[in-house]
Design a protein around this ligand. Structure first.
Ligand code: ZN
Length: 416
């Protein structure tokens, strides 16, 4: 690989309070070698000029579903694992082109097999282009809980459901089965949700004893745990059980947020999915784009005030926020960077939102090679026209993407 020097009109490292002004970055191989007002220029180096652009670390989306689309909700058994793999490959490429150099899949919706693990292998072996992938296996759920309630199946129908478990013994077995099949994180559902027909976001779907057993089983295998959860009681129990990240957490109280702060638990608030619908009129075009089922609209109406209050609680506290979109619930035609605008709209400062998708996300994922631009770090580097600290929506117009030192998009056009 040729050495590369990037000349950034403006530069933000993923940590600082604000952009640091013009900088040059020397990339050798897959790694950042040097950053400064001017860097050494090895012979034959390729120069990439990005005037008028802010250069930042590649974004990290900590909550996507590669094998989910709105049209699959409620009909998982009508689509084969191969179809879901094709959807996932398309999603990984789209995410990368939008500047998301790393994503964590937060629940494989291939309930027959392990499609997301296969996508990860295919990506690492260079078979498909796309974002770096961290995978969580399936969302472990109680019977009647979130991963069961989305099914409108006849009572005598028993398809293979590889993620349902009740009671500590069965839960331990399913946790270990997910780990056996490549889960780097363990994900479970502690409450109902919005996208599913047969449950309610305020239900608590596991006992404290069950959550404790699940987190302990994961911890013995050095696997962090993330939890799908909306209501306050289910969040509180999950935090007591020892989860690393609360996903959604939309109706969290200030008391529970304090408990999260004390325990160093991250929140991934997925506000594009939670608060944007809550603010909209029932006939807004966004619902069309979301392709949302009727029960979702009804539940969002029901909990509208609670969702917006929870968002205010999250913005006003000190809890560690990591960026996540829940894409897959949406079509991948929605650029996940819209989440930045939503976070800022909910009172989260631009710097906190941007750190959420860079340095804080890397911290959540326990990665010291991504999320920050510094010598020795992976050369995951993106650029956007303008300054996201002044106009957060420029994050939606990323037009330069480098992943591990390879340019994947330049001048707005994909290099793939
Ligand atoms: Zn999700």
């Amino acid at each position: 690989m040729k050495p590369v020097v990037i000349r950034a009109g403006n530069f933000w490292d993923g940590i600082s309070e604000k952009p640091l002004g013009p900088r040059e970055i020397l990339v050798l191989g897959e790694t950042i070698a040097e950053i400064g007002k001017s860097v050494s220029e090895p012979e034959g180096a390729e120069i990439i000029d990005l005037p008028g652009h802010t250069v930042t670390p590649g974004f990290i989306d900590c909550h996507v579903h590669l094998s989910l689309r709105p049209e699959l909700l409620g009909s998982f058994w009508s689509y084969s694992p191969s179809y879901k793999a094709l959807l996932g490959a398309e999603a990984l490429k789209t995410l990368l082109m939008n500047g998301f150099t790393t994503v964590r899949d937060c629940g494989d919706m291939d309930l027959h097999g392990f499609t997301v693990r296969d996508l990860k292998l295919a990506g690492e072996r260079g078979i498909i282009p796309g974002s770096r992938l961290v995978c969580s296996g399936h969302i472990i759920s109680s019977r009647g809980g979130h991963m069961n309630a989305m099914l409108s199946l006849a009572p005598d129908s028993h398809p293979w459901e590889n993620c349902l478990a009740d009671g500590p013994d069965e839960i331990r077995k399913v946790v270990r089965n997910e780990i056996k099949h490549g889960a780097e994180w363990v994900k479970y559902a502690a409450s109902g949700g919005f996208s599913t027909a047969g449950d309610d976001p305020l239900q608590v779907t596991y006992t404290q004893e069950e959550m404790d057993a699940l987190v302990a089983a994961a911890r013995d295998f050095n696997r962090p745990v993330s939890v799908h959860v909306f209501g306050d009681e289910a969040i509180r129990r999950s935090v007591l059980a020892g989860v690393r990240s609360v996903e959604h957490g939309s109706m969290v109280s200030k008391e529970t947020l304090h408990l999260m702060e004390e325990n160093g638990v991250y929140i991934v608030p997925t506000q594009l999915m939670a608060t944007r619908p809550a603010r909209l009129a029932a006939d807004d075009a966004f619902w069309q784009a979301l392709n949302a089922p009727a029960h979702m609209r009804i539940k969002v109406r029901k909990y509208q005030d609670a969702l917006l209050k929870g968002a205010r609680n999250i913005a006003s506290g000190k809890v560690k926020i990591a960026f996540g979109t829940d894409l897959g619930i949406f079509s991948y035609r929605t650029n996940g960077a819209c989440e930045f605008f939503e976070m800022v709209k909910n009172g989260i400062t631009p710097v906190r939102a941007l750190r959420a998708a860079t340095s804080v996300a890397a911290e959540l994922l326990q990665r010291d090679d991504i999320g920050v631009l510094a010598p020795g770090r992976n050369a995951d580097i993106i650029a956007m026209p303008g300054n996201p600290f002044k106009d957060i929506t420029v994050t939606e117009r990323v037009d330069f993407v480098m992943k591990s030192g390879t340019v994947m998009r330049r001048n707005g056009a994909p290099s793939l």
